[in-house]
Design a protein around this ligand. Structure first.
Ligand code: GP9
Length: 413
């Protein structure tokens, strides 16, 4: 019954940040484009191959926005769909299977619904089959007005390769759709070309492949380079369009592209041994907030995809009354820095905790495991509380559950 939600709300109240209101409302009323970059990891940013930058355009673009370099993906088996879940709900995906499939019938108070209530036209743009990851069903539960899928793009064989529609064409068509959209809008775009097995037509290869012992990694460099070129074409055209004045762009990586099966090759490329700590740090994905009126800033806070929603609602100046969110505004001063992975590992300001072993976050040196005990404990509790919400479909009680303030909470117990 509705009492089941009470401990969840108590937990939220105990762990809530003091809202710093930093940059609150700077993007009020603006359109939002959330651009999810397929399999894009932070290690490619400002990095080179054969002396050439892998992401020359993004490297420059990130200097003009708010760039987060300690931002992690938090997905598990649901991969891209898990990252979508994290953004929409600020809750953790599940440890097994994809929550998009297993719990699409739950009640959610998701970000698209919230934006809709605030007058936004909310949509997803992704040139794949609409049933992939059960998106067509789950998107209704999350409150999207529209899903522009494969059938809404002018896909031809020449414009496709591998997984389908090449990013450059996906970007071009999508921008055209946005120009004609009701304003304000929230468009979530999901790219596709930089997907395993990272294959490209010959004439789209802008860099020689890598020379490591992994063909997968060697080709990944090429699809990453291609994606960056497609991004350039998109953002440059966006800047020339009328959208530029009233739109913020949020660009982030959805999950890793290079799995731990390629550790040796990654080590060859990065010139160091990839131990557990390095493997963990490789789970960082780029995250950039860019747009007119957004002042450039390099932000080193430790966070993850769970923090996207509170960060965006703050920027948009939107009141978000859903108390069941695990993320914290990335821009807030003195925020609780805690990034929990679905495996129960974590990173905080000082430490990275991996399977019971504790590392200094900055140096990667192993430190006494006691140092990580509070972190592991917090991680476990986060995941348990989040899971209880999903397994119990507890958000259906949100409206009838009285908001319990910390004071009342102490009185009751
Ligand atoms: C499929 C695309 C890729 O539509 O989102 O999915 P992934 O395999 O990365 O989860």
């Amino acid at each position: 019954d509705s009492n089941e939600l009470v401990p969840v709300i108590n937990y939220m109240n105990e762990n809530k940040n003091e809202d710093s209101d930093r940059l609150e409302g700077v993007a009020e009323g603006k359109n939002v484009i959330a651009l999810s970059l397929e399999s894009t990891q932070t290690f490619v940013v400002d990095n080179t191959l054969h002396g050439e930058e892998l992401t020359p355009y993004f490297n420059d673009l990130k200097e003009e926005g708010i760039y987060f370099d300690n931002f992690y993906h938090q997905v598990k088996q649901g991969r891209t769909s898990d990252s979508e879940f994290l953004l929409a709900n600020s809750m953790y995906p599940l440890n097994r299977g994809a929550v998009f499939f297993t719990h699409s019938g739950n009640d959610y108070e998701a970000f698209p619904s919230l934006l809709k209530e605030n007058g936004y036209f909310t949509n997803v743009m992704h040139a794949n089959d609409k049933t992939f990851w059960n998106r067509n069903v789950m998107y209704d539960s999350l409150g999207y007005d529209e899903f522009y899928s494969k059938e809404d793009y002018e896909i031809t064989e020449e414009k496709s390769h591998g997984w389908g529609y090449l990013d450059e064409h996906f970007f071009a068509d999508s921008l055209n759709k946005m120009k004609d959209m009701e304003k304000p809008f929230y468009s979530k775009m999901i790219t596709l070309t930089n997907h395993y097995p990272f294959s490209l037509p010959e004439d789209k290869k802008l860099i020689e492949e890598g020379e490591t012992s992994s063909g997968t990694l060697n080709r990944y460099f090429q699809t990453i380079r291609y994606q960056d070129e497609a991004l350039k074409q998109f953002v440059e055209e966006f800047k020339q369009s009328e959208l530029y004045d009233d739109t913020i762009l949020v660009i982030y990586g959805d999950h890793f592209g290079i799995s731990e099966n390629h550790q040796e090759a990654m080590g060859e490329y990065l010139g160091k041994e990839i131990n557990d700590y390095e493997q963990f740090q490789l789970q960082r994905v780029p995250m950039l907030i860019y747009g007119k009126g957004i002042k450039a800033e390099k932000n080193h806070t430790v966070g993850g995809q769970i923090d996207l929603r509170p960060t965006l609602t703050n920027l948009l100046g939107i009141e978000d009354s859903n108390p069941v969110q695990f993320g914290q505004d990335l821009l807030a001063e003195n925020r609780r820095q805690l990034m929990v992975t679905r495996d129960g590992d974590f990173a905080n300001e000082n430490y990275v905790g991996i399977q019971g072993v504790c590392y200094d976050r900055e140096t990667g040196e192993e430190v006494p495991s006691e140092d990580c005990a509070p972190g592991f404990e917090a991680a476990e509790e986060e995941l348990n509380v989040s899971d209880s919400v999903i397994y119990g479909d507890l958000l259906r009680y949100l409206k009838e559950t009285e908001m319990v303030t910390p004071e009342e909470n102490t009185k009751d117990s």
